[in-house]
Ligand binder design. Structure first.
Ligand code: GAR
Length: 202
């Protein structure tokens, strides 16, 4: 069975979608650990409630060493690292060790509204300000850049004239909660074929 580590920095609703999907027996994988870069986030609470092992690597204490610590905790213990709203930057040693084995969810249609310091509600504010008619979410492999890795799955939502960043965020989040478990399932079934930037679902 695919073993995963889920990394969070916030409320962990995406983590919850993975837990729910496992409990509904739609997804067969085992969450070996949940790691947060912040003390007291609800994502850690959600994991504890389910008896999942948790680690807090406070970025105020670990700084740039977070990546090394994540590598130490996950190496030879998990097959896939899932960034579910994890906001610390990972270094190349971890990315090389887990090549095509780290995925991230981003709340826009990459390559729009992504890159350094584009996260959470800011992404939706930019989408609203720009006047796009559609937005959505992207699940992609993590490479050395920020939000630049090969795209595995995107889901699209309409943007309505009366939308605020908050209402758009809510609509996109519904799709995030489908996309992330779906991609983990595809990976667990060996159905994600990588050819450079081109990903094929087989
Ligand atoms: C999600 O919307 C996720 O896409 C976003 O943070 C939120 C975390 O929510 N990630 C990024 O913006 C990364 N660039 P959650 O803690 O409720 O899952």
């Amino acid at each position: 069975m695919l073993k995963i580590a889920v990394l969070v920095s916030g409320s962990g609703s995406n983590l919850q979608s993975i837990i729910d999907s496992i409990e509904a027996q739609e997804l067969k994988c085992s969450i070996e650990m949940v790691i947060s870069d912040k003390e007291g986030v609800f994502g850690i609470e959600r994991a504890k409630q389910k008896g999942i092992k948790t680690y807090v690597l406070d970025k105020k204490i670990y700084g740039k060493e977070i990546s090394k610590e994540v590598l130490r905790l996950t190496e030879n213990k998990v097959d896939l690292i899932v960034l579910a709203g994890f906001l610390s930057i990972l270094d190349s040693e971890l990315i090389t060790s887990f090549k095509n084995k780290i995925i991230n969810i981003h709340p826009s249609l990459i390559p729009s509204f992504c890159g350094p310091s584009m996260y959470g509600i800011k992404v939706h504010e930019k989408a609203i300000d720009y006047g796009v008619k559609f937005s959505g979410c992207t699940v992609h492999f993590v490479d050395e850049g920020t939000d630049t890795g090969a795209i595995i799955c995107q889901k699209v939502v309409p943007v309505h004239p009366e939308d605020t960043a908050e209402s758009l965020q809510k609509r996109v989040l519904v799709e995030e909660h489908k996309a992330l478990p779906e991609v983990i399932k595809l990976i667990s079934e060996g159905r994600v074929k990588v050819d450079g930037r081109k990903i094929t679902i087989i």
